[in-house]
Design a binder for this molecule. Structure first.
Ligand code: PA5
Length: 447
């Protein structure tokens, strides 16, 4: 279950009557948020709207296929995931939080030779499955990793490389789909109306996570709860409410949005969130084409570790941040701190549980920020399991979509990213990019 506590969002007050201003703002914004909700749900059936991620949690037929596939491949000890951005970050965050029961996941999402070579040296091609993931089926970093992985498999396995290669890509666009068909490879589809950073509950995330032994069915059940909340009246619509909190913070000049889970298992979640918010909301133009240059800057943090690093800045630095804590109510395991006669001064810890200490750290930080008039709110999860994390990720995708409506920008394109990709192709001499290559030469850009 996901709940949000907005107690510390209202920086005008601390103390028992805080939250009054927030209640007023929420009431005033309710008609606008309701219009945003209705517009998003109306557009959800239109393939051009890129809202296909909304219905992914309902796609139980695809889920069954993936589960069957994972069961058939129980001989796999390691999965080498080749993908970048939205094609890697979600699975990586959820594997870090929930993996461990199945195959080990490894990600190549950069083109730095040393780590790639070290990883290939370490893995055994006879028990490794290569899952190449690219929506466009053309991204240079992923294609480069795929070329290397193919050579690596072929050298060890000969013709058997096909059984060790799985492709996840668009049903028709790009180079991977025809390659998979030609070689009879297992191939999964990324629906055309699902963008990379919204694709974690498509085969992009579900295939590696199922192989890693994550309860993918529970992930989708949680995500469906976020869908229900996003369709609800505004008073109960948690994604609309957190979007409003983010939007109001931005309007007040708090342009940095910190995501700070109190859990090392969630330490990679902020990286997924950074891409989600940055690519969706960092836009030069609104939907009417006017220049706007909007977008909160997402900043990752992890509690309690960052209390001894960034929290000093959050509390006493510029008034330019809103901090979002992610906390869980119950821990699956706990450790009781034993008494130690020779360390009497630590008596305040004796007999307390480690989880209680973590909880105290989070509550203390939230209050330290509130006391310095720094806004924050807390997303509460029942526990850190697949159901709750499915709910959280889909909640954050809905929050992003609502923010797109509030900023009046297209949250589902990424022209800045695409331009960088095209410049890379031009610099490397890809046919069809001669004009861009000439532009780069004129600008003095070279490799
Ligand atoms: O969210 C997005 O669309 C991007 O960040 C992509 O995920 C990223 O660029 C990788 O693209 P592709 O999956 O086409 O290789």
């Amino acid at each position: 279950m996901l709940q949000v506590d907005f107690t510390n969002i209202d920086v005008a007050r601390i103390g028992p009557d805080r939250g009054v201003e927030w209640e007023r703002e929420l009431e005033a914004a309710a008609p606008k948020l309701a219009a945003a909700r209705d517009s998003l749900w109306q557009r959800a059936g239109d393939p051009a709207a890129m809202l296909g991620w909304v219905s992914l949690p309902e796609a139980t037929d695809i889920l069954r296929t993936i589960q069957r596939f994972a069961t058939q491949r129980s001989d796999v000890t390691d999965v080498l995931v080749l993908g970048i951005g939205g094609s890697a970050l979600g699975a990586r965050a959820l594997d870090a939080a929930l993996g461990g029961a199945g195959a080990r996941l490894h990600f190549i999402d950069n083109v730095e030779p040393e780590p790639v070579a070290a990883l290939l040296d370490r893995l055994d091609p006879r028990t490794t499955l290569v899952n190449v993931i690219s929506k466009s089926g053309t991204t240079a970093e992923t294609m480069a990793a795929f070329l290397l992985a193919l050579g690596w498999l072929r050298r060890s396995l000969g013709e058997d490389w096909r059984r060790r290669t799985v492709v996840t890509t668009d049903p028709s666009a790009g180079l991977l789909r025809p390659f998979a068909a030609r070689h009879g490879l297992t191939a999964f589809e990324i629906p055309p109306d699902v963008g990379g950073r919204f694709s974690v509950f498509s085969p992009v995330g579900l295939v590696p996570l199922a192989l890693a032994g994550v309860e993918v069915e529970a992930l989708l059940a949680g995500a469906r709860k976020a869908n229900a909340a996003a369709a609800d009246e505004i008073a109960a619509n948690t994604p609309a409410q957190t979007a409003l909190a983010q939007y109001l913070a931005w309007r007040e000049g708090r342009h940095i949005s910190v995501l700070m889970p109190y859990s090392s298992r969630l330490s990679l979640l902020p990286a997924w969130f950074v891409q989600l918010h940055a690519e969706s909301l960092g836009k030069a133009r609104d939907r009417a084409g006017s220049r706007v240059h909007v977008g909160p800057t997402p900043l990752p943090a992890v509690g309690a570790s960052d209390q001894h690093s960034q929290v000093q800045l959050f509390r006493e630095g510029p008034h330019d941040k809103v901090v979002v804590f992610v906390r869980h109510r119950e821990s699956d395991r706990d450790l009781v701190l034993p008494a130690e006669d020779e360390l009497e001064e630590l008596g305040y810890l004796f007999g307390k549980s480690l989880f209680r200490l973590l909880s105290a750290e989070a509550a203390a930080t939230a209050h330290a920020l509130a006391e310095a008039r720094r806004p924050s709110y807390t997303i509460w999860l029942e526990r850190l399991d697949a159901y709750n994390l499915g709910w959280l990720l889909q909640h954050l995708m809905w929050q992003t979509a609502f923010l797109g409506e509030l900023f009046n920008v297209n949250a589902f394109d990424q022209p800045g990213v695409e331009l960088g990709k095209r410049y890379t192709y031009a610099l490397l001499g890809r046919p069809g990019y001669e004009d861009l290559a000439a532009e780069l030469r004129r600008a003095g850009v070279e490799v």
